[in-house]
Design a protein around this ligand. Structure first.
Ligand code: SF4
Length: 361
């Protein structure tokens, strides 16, 4: 059996030689190829013309599974993440459970990100040694979910809630900011998930060539920082989403308990702007190009200057509204609030351009 490994992971495991200033602290593996589903943002979608070795903006060379597994211990990674591209038959699921058992034998915590048809499959993965399962919601509003993923956000959320109740503390999800939802929709959903004990891995939408959303712009950095700050206050138990204020779907403040001076103090260490999700997941270059000066998700601790700059960016964006409530999903017939005005844009349609939530650097 062969496993795809993110390029950054391949370097950390000694399988490829590349320069990367911020190596992944999790080994990102991809199991399966070309999904039967058809998410508009994903390089692995049924209808996508993207290369088979792309997921998000990351390339994933394939190696023998035994070799990958043998190199995990002692490599320096602190977690293994298996990104499952739509498993199908019971036989494929049985193979996945076996793989998780072999990965867990490395002694590292293993998480599996997967569309799980039933809680029985989640239970089998956890019994095989996974420390957590991630059921990606991706889209934060019903209309956007229906348009970009197909189906019902309410049903997906109900499934996630059942999993969270059945396996407390062991369930996560992924959300992508910038698919066309409003900041209000995103933040209220994050608040609900935090209350359920679901870990949220937050991503910024990044267009991938060959997908239906190849020409949809990513969110502005200012919009993303507002959502990150809200997520931070919520997951730290410092605030409730009902305290936050919104105008036309855009986050305009964190409530009377969070004047600028207090926000500045709470966010001063920069933790709010780092990659979120499972412990030790840093997903370098997932939403960013190498050399891009300011990442959406910092894959490393921020130095004091970076942290101060990001807090200032956030506070300034609360004081000075961007132009309008945001951009709808372009050319796809969805209205909705959007996650911000134009702000900083990454070029769309690059070969390495990406989105989708299955994995990282
Ligand atoms: S949060 Fe990170 S480690 Fe966890 S499933 Fe998502 S990509 Fe993998």
């Amino acid at each position: 059996m062969r496993l795809r490994v993110s390029l950054g992971t391949a370097q950390v495991l000694g399988l490829r030689s590349i320069r990367q200033p911020h190596p992944p602290t999790t080994a990102y593996l991809m199991w399966g190829e070309k999904c039967r589903r058809d998410c508009a943002f994903c390089a692995q979608a049924r209808g996508s013309d993207s290369r088979a070795d792309l997921l998000s903006r990351v390339t994933w060379p394939a190696f023998p599974a035994a070799e990958v597994i043998s190199r995990l211990s002692g490599s320096g990674v602190r977690r293994v993440c298996v990104q499952v591209v739509e498993p199908g038959s019971p036989r494929e699921m049985a193979d996945l459970v076996l793989l998780v058992g072999e990965l867990a034998a490395s002694g590292l915590p293993v998480c599996v990100s997967c569309f799980l048809p039933s809680l029985k499959v989640a239970e089998a993965l956890l019994r095989a040694g996974a420390d957590g399962v991630t059921l990606p919601l991706d889209a934060a509003s019903p209309g956007v979910y229906q348009l970009v993923k197909g189906g019902s956000l309410a049903a997906a959320l109900a499934h996630l809630e059942r999993a969270a109740r059945a396996f407390p503390g062991r369930v996560g999800t992924h959300l992508i900011a910038g698919l066309g939802e409003s900041e209000e929709e995103m933040v209220l959903l994050i608040g609900r998930l935090v209350q359920l004990g679901v870990r949220v891995g937050l991503f910024a939408f990044t267009p991938v060539a060959g997908t239906r959303m190849a020409h949809h712009p990513p969110p502005s950095l200012e919009s993303y920082r507002r959502v990150q700050a809200a997520h931070y206050l919520l997951r730290r138990g410092l605030a409730r989403a009902e305290e936050f204020t919104f105008e036309g779907g855009r986050l305009t403040g964190f409530g009377s308990r969070f004047p600028p001076a207090r926000l500045r103090a709470l966010l001063a260490d920069g933790e709010a702007f780092r990659t979120t999700g499972c412990p030790d997941c840093n997903r370098p270059y997932y939403n960013e190009r190498p050399g891009q000066p300011v990442p959406y998700n910092y894959p490393h601790p921020l130095d004091p200057g970076q942290a101060e700059g990001e807090v200032q960016r956030l506070l300034s964006s609360l004081e000075a509204p961007e132009g309008g409530a945001g951009s709808p999903v372009q050319g796809m017939g969805v209205g909705g609030g959007g996650t911000g005005g134009p702000g900083r844009r990454m070029g769309s349609g690059s070969v390495m351009g990406g989105s989708g939530t299955c994995a990282g650097g």
